[in-house]
Write a protein that binds this ligand. Structure first.
Ligand SMILES: O=C(O)CC1=CCC(=O)O1
Length: 399
């Protein structure tokens, strides 16, 4: 058992050291649970990298701290815990409120997050009235007053019928959560809406929903795929709100698959690549940034693998890596050509990347004047709109 004092509270956590280049996996719990909910899942997972699991404040063996709680406070506890353990660039797997904490972590500390696995969660869970009603019942009757309702939302009808002893045990788990911790986290969920943070997520995301989940129904979880740019959705059958309890083996399979798609620190695939590919990948990362390239690699399938290799070698390895022009010069010419041809998605990508090449906003404005004269005003006009949008987004996010 490990304990640490952070943000004026004691946090209880478990950490296993990794023996390989695989990314660290960090597990974030739901309301009214402690990190034992991951035991069976971890037994199936066989992860080679570091694993960190912990009890949120007000849960398990962690301290309760002072009210009021917020998702931001839970997120700061997690960030401090990861910093204290030297863990960054990790795959964060959060269930329910744990998923909200994971989304908040990505917004505040992107350096800590390589990918997200968001189980049975949403940027907004329930509404103010539902959570206030729950708080009022707890204030009047304690957690016992809501425990049966919680069990019926956590588990599928089949599990409730066939596993009465397990259900009784999990009911004890909820009821033994410190009242202040449970109540404080209900208030944190009541007050949270992470919609704008979710829309900004730029790492690979797997959303997972149990088909019998009554707390965050699968359609709600699937809705995140429309909001989060790089998200995929998996529905788990015969499963309620907590897949690590009801379908630990299948969840382990999904998480393993996700982790295997995340580039490792030493990519074994890349070791077999040609020198020109390696050079191309280096230049591509330098110009477009790691987040962009990691996402493209994650989304790569056998269908577009040859195409990805072609552009990495030909565009980035051969042309962009030639020493005769600077990256700034290549950036300016590329933006002008793409604008002339009306490839606005690519204009946006290269305008965004200009901060890495040294091409200034003035450079881009000059390049688009040339576009207007040699390729036509409408082409330049559309590109100017696109680039202005990119600049507005960069300014809004402080980049
Ligand atoms: O307790 C529930 O109803 C399920 C739940 C909602 C948020 C969370 O973390 O768990």
């Amino acid at each position: 058992m490990h304990f640490i004092e952070l943000n004026a509270t004691t946090l209880h956590f478990k950490k296993t050291n990794g023996a390989s280049a695989a990314p660290a996996l960090v597990l974030v719990n739901s309301l009214g649970t402690d990190f034992r909910i991951w035991d069976e899942f971890l037994a199936h997972l066989g992860h080679q990298g570091e694993i960190l699991a912990y009890d949120k404040r007000g849960h398990g063996l962690s301290g309760v701290g002072d009210a009021p709680y917020s998702i931001d406070l839970h997120m700061r506890d997690l960030a401090a815990l990861m910093d204290s353990q030297g863990i960054s660039d990790a795959v964060i797997c959060g269930v329910s409120v744990g998923g909200m904490i994971a989304m908040a972590l990505h917004a505040a500390r992107p350096d800590l997050v390589k990918a997200l696995i968001l189980c049975d969660t949403a940027p907004r869970i329930g509404d103010v009235k539902t959570w206030q009603d729950r708080i009022d019942i707890i204030d009047a009757n304690g957690i016992e007053g809501i425990a049966d309702g919680v069990m019926s939302r956590w588990f599928s009808p089949e599990f409730l019928k066939t596993q009465p002893a397990a259900v009784a045990g999990y009911r004890n788990l909820v009821c033994r959560t410190p009242l202040k911790g449970y109540r404080g986290t209900c208030a944190a969920i009541r007050d949270a809406d992470l919609t704008s943070q979710a829309a900004q997520i730029d790492v690979p995301v797997l959303c997972v929903g149990g088909e019998d989940d009554q707390s965050t129904p699968p359609d709600l979880v699937e809705g995140m795929v429309n909001l989060i740019p790089n998200a995929k959705f998996e529905r788990i059958s015969s499963c309620g709100h907590i897949p690590s309890l009801e379908q630990p083996e299948y969840l382990a399979h999904l998480v393993r698959q996700m982790i295997s798609r995340c580039p490792t620190k030493i990519d074994p695939d890349e070791q077999c690549q040609s020198e020109i590919y390696k050079q191309g990948m280096q230049t591509r990362r330098r110009v477009l940034g790691d987040t962009h390239v990691d996402t493209a690699e994650f989304q790569k399938s056998s269908f577009d693998k040859p195409f990805q290799e072609l552009i990495t070698e030909a565009a980035w390895g051969h042309v962009w890596s030639r020493p005769s022009w600077t990256l700034r010069e290549r950036s300016i010419v590329t933006i002008a050509l793409l604008a002339a041809l009306g490839h606005l998605d690519e204009v946006a990508m290269h305008a965004r990347a200009a901060k890495n090449t040294g091409a200034t906003r003035e450079d881009i404005s000059e390049a688009l004047l040339h576009t207007a004269i040699y390729a036509g005003v409408p082409a330049a006009n559309s590109a100017i709109k696109t680039v202005k949008n990119v600049f507005a987004q960069l300014d809004a996010s402080g980049e």
